[in-house]
Design a protein around this ligand. Structure first.
Ligand code: SF4
Length: 254
């Protein structure tokens, strides 16, 4: 079996709070966020051009003594459900935790992996309030994909509430004009009750591929703190609400 592999980071302390993980970046994504900085991971090579999963398994085994788990990121890891399950199953089999960063476009695949006991954590992008026009502007989702993402948000909250996964983190990347209104963040916060954490993260225009986004200023930290405070007021059920900036890292908002 082959995986359209973007990269492997053997040791990371940034991709799962409190855990040391190996990160597997997959290639291919069904969305086209104007601020995406992962251009090299959006397009996937033709089928059959990927890396043999055996090579990825070997990298996981090499790191196993030094890590708590494996995180799959991208791109969108659930675009390759068979290879993802295969590698998750391998990681679980040698005693590692498994987390997936996802944009939520494939709810059935998230559910299937959770049902199979292969998913410990979900790191879910919620790019805008769950209203079609806002979502489309934030990431180019068509109506079918938007409906799928809505199902994923509800599904992941249900999985966490039912303790079928042990950690759920939702994240919104804020740019000027994308998720930068308190009302946007309040709506998102109300949609993700039962998440362990909600991260309001500072978008970095300088690394975006889109020239219009590149020309914007980053939303400043004090504005992000106000947005996070609005989220805190809107939701009593979310565990912790954080602001993530390039300079200050993660800051919990009480
Ligand atoms: S979901 Fe992620 S990888 Fe896909 S286009 Fe958006 S930012 Fe890029």
């Amino acid at each position: 079996m082959r995986l359209n592999l973007g990269d492997i980071v053997p040791i990371s302390t940034l991709d799962w709070p409190g855990k040391v993980v190996l990160v597997v970046f997959t290639r291919g994504c069904p969305l086209r966020c104007p601020y995406c900085s992962n251009g090299r991971f959006i397009e996937a090579p033709e089928d059959g051009e990927g890396t043999d999963v055996e090579q990825v398994r070997a990298r996981i085994l090499d790191a196993a003594d030094f890590i708590d788990g494996v995180v799959f990121s991208g791109g969108e890891p659930f675009m390759q459900p068979m290879a993802l399950k295969e590698l998750a199953s391998y990681a679980k089999g040698i005693g590692l935790l498994v987390g997936v960063h996802t944009n939520g476009a494939y709810p059935d695949r998230i559910g299937s992996m959770a049902d199979d006991g292969l998913l410990d954590s979900v790191f879910l992008d919620v790019k805008a309030p769950l209203e079609y026009e806002l979502y489309r502007a934030a990431c180019g989702a068509d109506l079918t994909t938007f409906e799928a993402i809505k199902r994923s948000v509800a599904l992941c909250c249900g999985l966490r509430k039912g303790q079928k996964i042990r950690y759920l983190e939702a994240r919104t990347t804020v740019f000027r004009g994308i998720g930068d209104k308190p009302s946007d963040i309040e709506k998102i916060a109300r949609a993700i009750e039962f998440a362990d954490a909600y991260v309001v993260q500072q978008g970095r225009p300088e690394v975006a591929m889109d020239e219009k986004i590149k020309a914007l200023d980053a939303v400043p930290r004090n504005e992000l703190l106000s947005l996070a405070a609005a989220a805190r007021k809107a939701s009593k059920g979310i565990g912790s609400i954080k602001v993530r900036t390039h300079i200050f890292g993660d800051e919990v908002v009480e």
